[in-house]
Design a protein around this ligand. Structure first.
Ligand code: NAD
Length: 263
């Protein structure tokens, strides 16, 4: 019901139960996250918040899962941090300026943990790690992300992060710009550039979330590909984030840091 937080459960909290609120509960990811929280051991769904609902104290949640839209996400996260609620964020659009603002807010709340997870799928995290490792060996690289056509932002957070990781690895290895003789591209056919890496976005009915990283060297190509066929693929990562966010006060960007796969 708009205007109030939907209180899903008001049972007394047992010490070892983590109370979880899902913000964006009416969305595709949010509704899947509500189901995942409800069926996870040791987690209790205490609030499911849709657009127009007041956040309030999120029915006493310990952890909020934030799965909305880029314009709403920073305000929702700030609201939670202010109230000492840990947050697991899957919404994309967290650029450097937004991350910096969040970091300064968290400096005043050193007990609170926020995880910004551009991708919850374990396979996607491995894809990023493998791409980062391969980057220094190849002269050419391009990232192609493919999603359903209802996605509002491009490129995807995963593609942008992959490109940044590759860009940093190339810089560390002393590699220059990717070779590209294009001088005439009025329609932007060569894609966007993220840290110098060309990134292409495909929007196609029937897809969920997919990405390829193409590495080219003389006489060879390496393709690293990950496919999420169903939003269920994100849920083990969401649940892992909810379980671990309290152990990681401050800002963490990337679920890999909770999985022993961080740099
Ligand atoms: P969606 O459009 O289906 O759902 C978003 C929901 O958020 C909508 O119901 C909308 O009404 C609601 N909303 C907007 N502002 C709100 C607010 N202030 N309070 C409460 N609800 C609000 O989108 P989706 O497919 O569920 O994706 C949600 C976000 O998660 C997007 O940013 C998407 O890119 C991202 N995403 C992340 C991952 C990941 O692994 N990190 C995976 C898939 C999608």
């Amino acid at each position: 019901m708009p205007g109030t937080v939907c209180r899903v459960a008001t049972l007394a909290t047992v010490n070892d139960v983590t109370r979880v609120a899902v913000i964006g509960a009416a969305g595709r990811m949010g509704s899947e996250a509500c189901r995942a929280v409800e069926s996870a051991d040791g987690l209790e769904l205490v609030a499911s918040v849709a657009r127009g609902d007041e956040l309030g104290d999120l029915a006493g949640a310990d952890v909020a899962v934030e799965l909305t839209v880029p314009d709403s996400s920073p305000g929702n996260v700030a609201h939670c941090v202010e109230r000492g609620i840990h947050v697991v964020v899957g919404t994309t659009g967290w650029d450097d300026a937004r991350l910096e603002a969040l970091r300064s807010q968290l400096a005043d709340r050193p007990d609170v943990g926020v995880l910004i997870a551009p991708n919850f799928a374990i396979g996607a995290i491995l894809m990023m790690r493998f791409a980062e490792q391969a980057a220094r060996f190849y002269e050419s690289v391009e990232v192609i992300e493919l999603h359903h056509p209802d996605k509002v932002d491009a490129p995807s957070g995963t593609a942008a992060r992959t490109a940044r990781l590759i860009g940093a690895a190339r810089t560390d290895a002393g590699l220059g710009a990717v070779p590209d003789a294009t001088t005439h591209d009025p329609g932007g056919a060569r894609g966007a550039r993220v840290d110098g890496i060309p990134v292409h976005a495909v929007r196609l009915r029937g897809l969920v979330a997919h990405q390829e990283v193409l590495f080219g060297g003389v006489g060879e190509m390496l393709t690293i590909r990950h496919d999420s066929f169903d939003r269920a693929s994100f849920m083990p990562g969401v649940i892992e984030g909810v379980r671990k966010v309290r152990e990681h006060p401050g800002l963490t960007v990337g679920l890999e840091h909770y999985l022993g796969l961080g740099a």
